[in-house]
Design a protein around this ligand. Sequence first.
Ligand SMILES: [Zn+2]
Length: 333
Amino acid sequence: MLPFKLVYSDDYYLPIGAHVFPAEKYQRIHKRLIQTGVAEAHDFVTPQPASDHDILLVHTTQYVHKLKTGTLSAHEELEMEIPYSPELVRAFWLAAGGSILAADFALNDKIAFNIGGGFHHAFPDHGEGFCMIHDVAVAIRRMQRDEKIARAMTVDCDVHQGNGTAVIFAGARVPSLQLPSRGAPVLNPAAARMRNANADDVFTISLHQENNYPLFKPPSSLDLNLPDAMGDDEYLACLGNAISLGLSKFEPELICYVAGADPYREDQLGGLSLTIEGLKQRDALVFQIAKAERIPVMVTLAGGYAQKVEDTVTIHCNTVIAAKEVFSQAISA
Ligand SMILES: [Zn+2]
């Protein structure tokens, strides 16, 4: 039995037809975790869809209305890059409900997973890049509304920048803390673009490949624009530095870890060069820091487009295994 919950539903499947997004990955991950004995049936909990009220904590009334009535423009549907259907709307409402539930469990159990979600390219008023609804933002806003937390941090390790997250939590910008970035060595935290976090209640960290979607990257609290083909060691150093820097500026009561599988070197939509083992070390690093700092972590899966879907499934399953290894250990003083 795992020392934490995995929120999952077979209905996480996204009805998008033949697509580079492997919509069947959620079911495969669930099956693999059970077949390999990593998890048991009762480690999983089934979410309910988020309410419209929850969705409206992040998204605009107009956008939600368009989604519910099937009245997106052709351009809006094209921008989302997944074909609209009422069933797809239901799947995204369910993913958001899953992240709300996982956040709630994380606050009680130190860590919890949504075996789905991580749709970090959704904006308040439109969807982009396979993302219709920003489940992580909805979960954070719901936890704040219920006064379970005041401050959260997102740690986004998908290979693509978390543009929706950056915009949703932009808050009041204070331009004075723009640090030099152009041409500076990326391993130096001072090279990261950093925005003053004090005005905001959510601190957003994004580690991503610079030369990749989205073309325009709205500023997160802390962006690490990584060069093409970065490997495990450099990446892990960057990640450790980024989280340390973030935690030196901000004290979150919840970390939302967006554990994209697409920094993998064989990803079709990514250009970094992490190995499967390096990605597991990445996950372990996030969990070790959160555990040591006693900050609860809610995990979502996000992207993963490996040439072999089985690799994407392995990388996502390894995130659960890394958490099991870290959180099964006794807390050291
Ligand atoms: Zn991605």
